[in-house]
Design a protein around this ligand. Sequence first.
Ligand code: PLP
Length: 388
Amino acid sequence: MATKRQVYMDHSATTPVDPRVLEAMLPYLREEFGNPSSLHRLGQRASRAVEGARRKVAEVLNCAPREVVFTGCGTESDNLAIRGAALALRHKGRHIVTTPVEHKAVLKTVQQLEQHWGFEVTYVPVDRYGRVSAEDVERALRPDTVLISVMYANNEVGTIMPVAEIGRLARERGIIFHCDAVQAGGYLNLDVDELHVDLMALSGHKFHAPKGVGVLYVRRNTPFVSTLTGGGQEAGYRSGTHNVAGIVGLATALELAQTGRDEKNARLRTMRDRLIAELTARVPGMELSGHPTERLPGLASFTLEDVSSDGLLLALDLEGIAASSGSACSSGEITPSHVLKAMGLSHRRSIGALRLSLGDDNTPEDVEYALEVIPRVVERLRQYAPAS
Ligand code: PLP
């Protein structure tokens, strides 16, 4: 039997490590295994590698190297940022403004601050494209607001938020602004001054570095209490022995992603737009979710009626296509995604979500294969296993 074509269209979940990134990392997994906190030469060489990586990241972010904090992942960066700033500012005020479409790394953290630390959280509604407006954020501000947290680009539907506008108004009011830029890292402008962010989270595995390494940008003089205490690494912002190879890999990957950004994005946009145009035309009832233009270059997301995401994903997997949905499955029940719900989509439509997220390794032939397979699979599911 001929093996099926394998098409990976789940780059929003994670990306393969770029061979150039792996090459840069290998010495630090082999002979250069020192602990950067050690005084001997082996340790000091590892320390120099970490500081070199910090300078590279700082260049992309247009910030000072000491404002770059290496962490264990995007979730950790979001947690450290939100809890760290909120706890440092709790005597000034206990009001946080965010959106209902944030990643759980943000939502669960602000919920915990509400439950255990007496904070109040306002969730500014988004429009049907999943976009929040800066005006609505401004209206939600109160004299006791100490923190705004709004993501750069949504992980489920790819919608890009007006981050620079929100940042500007936060700056005018003296409110700390945290931005979860995990999905934006490989694709969008990360200049922290142009974005007016005080805290920003990135995650290496979303842009061809390995899993288990992230960045938290912390603007100088941002009130901050570290919630990961210990040996005082990363200037006390994030204790814990450095993941030297991972840090070197992240910096290499970020530099590669940002250097070829415009060209890569143009290529991704062409493939994404073909998927959107053709699938919405060929599959009855298939609709684009998220913003039509303000969206990540490689992300096409859809909703369908009469098909459940999990059935569709399993059927696509059998055809060699790795994709994703916005829905999480818990205890056998399909729970519609909190993002699609906040966008006002019906239950019926939001349990049939499909996210195709493209990356550097995808080709136009992959797109043609998906265009051939998806309509056929949806039709078959509707016939034999319609969602109830
Ligand atoms: N924030 C967003 C928007 C994400 O998409 C993700 C991961 O999917 C995270 C945070 C968490 O990042 P990590 O997987 O590095 O913990």
